[in-house]
Design a protein around this ligand. Structure first.
Ligand code: ADE
Length: 234
């Protein structure tokens, strides 16, 4: 998979993809991640990436021209209908569809080239959405000062699901949200007794069927307690 990030703050990403699973996946060439400075796609003297909104109002709007130029260069065309198969152009914005594990899985399974556009300020000129964007995505019902942290969230959630990105094939299978929309069960490691807090006996007895049952029960218990909404089928 190839991931290209468009941002006015390329420095933000300097080290964020240099750790753990994402770093390993990059080294193993499972994914290639490139960061692009939107400003480098401007053509005006002042290299402006934003401007005042038509119709008045507060704040600035990100200009469409540098973003069109960037997509043209990175994808080969600025016409959504002509994107190569497996190309997804994602605009990170609080107006987007809320990102879920199922969406991460779909990107990991189906996309070959993901372009993440980090919005800033009061928004992005709507013509970017109209002509370029295949998916407008939000990471939750809160407002960030820009799409950069959201781009990191998407890249991380998608890359770890790519084939061979995780150490063992089963690691992702038991993730929260993967199984029937349940949260993951609690985990413990040594010591079995820490300051009087004991690891549940069932995990120490080696009875795998019983452990499996306990894990399922705890996952359900935890989900009921803090994420009841997950148990209501969409
Ligand atoms: N930009 C600002 N807020 C955002 C959010 N919640 N998700 C994605 N991008 C954003």
């Amino acid at each position: 998979m190839k991931i290209d990030v468009l941002t006015i703050f390329p420095e933000f990403f300097r080290e964020v993809f240099d750790f753990g699973i994402i770093r390993r996946a990059r080294i193993a060439k499972i994914v290639e991640i490139n960061i692009h400075d939107i400003r480098s796609f401007t053509t005006d003297k002042h290299r402006m990436t934003d401007d005042r909104p038509f119709g008045g109002g507060d704040g600035m709007v990100m200009k469409c021209e540098p973003i069109f130029n960037a997509i043209e260069k990175i994808v080969g065309t600025a016409e959504r209908e002509n994107y190569p198969a497996g190309t997804r152009v994602v605009l990170l914005s609080p107006q987007g569809k809320v990102f879920k594990q199922s969406a991460a899985k779909k990107f990991a399974d189906e996309a070959k080239h993901v372009i993440l556009i980090c919005g800033r300020y009061e928004g992005v000129d709507e013509r970017v959405n109209d002509a370029l964007v295949t998916d407008e995505v939000s990471i939750g019902d809160y407002v960030l000062s820009g799409g950069e942290p959201a781009a990191v969230v998407l890249a991380d959630a998608i890359v770890r699901l790519l084939p061979n990105a995780l150490g063992s094939e089963t690691s992702a299978v038991n993730d929260s949200f993967t199984n029937e929309n349940l949260l993951d069960c609690p985990h413990y490691t040594r010591p079995p007794d820490f300051r009087g807090m004991k690891v549940p006996e069932v995990l120490l007895n080696g009875n795998h069927a019983e452990i499996e049952r306990w894990r399922k029960e705890k996952a359900l218990e935890k989900t009921k307690k803090i994420r009841k909404d997950l148990l209501i089928k969409e």
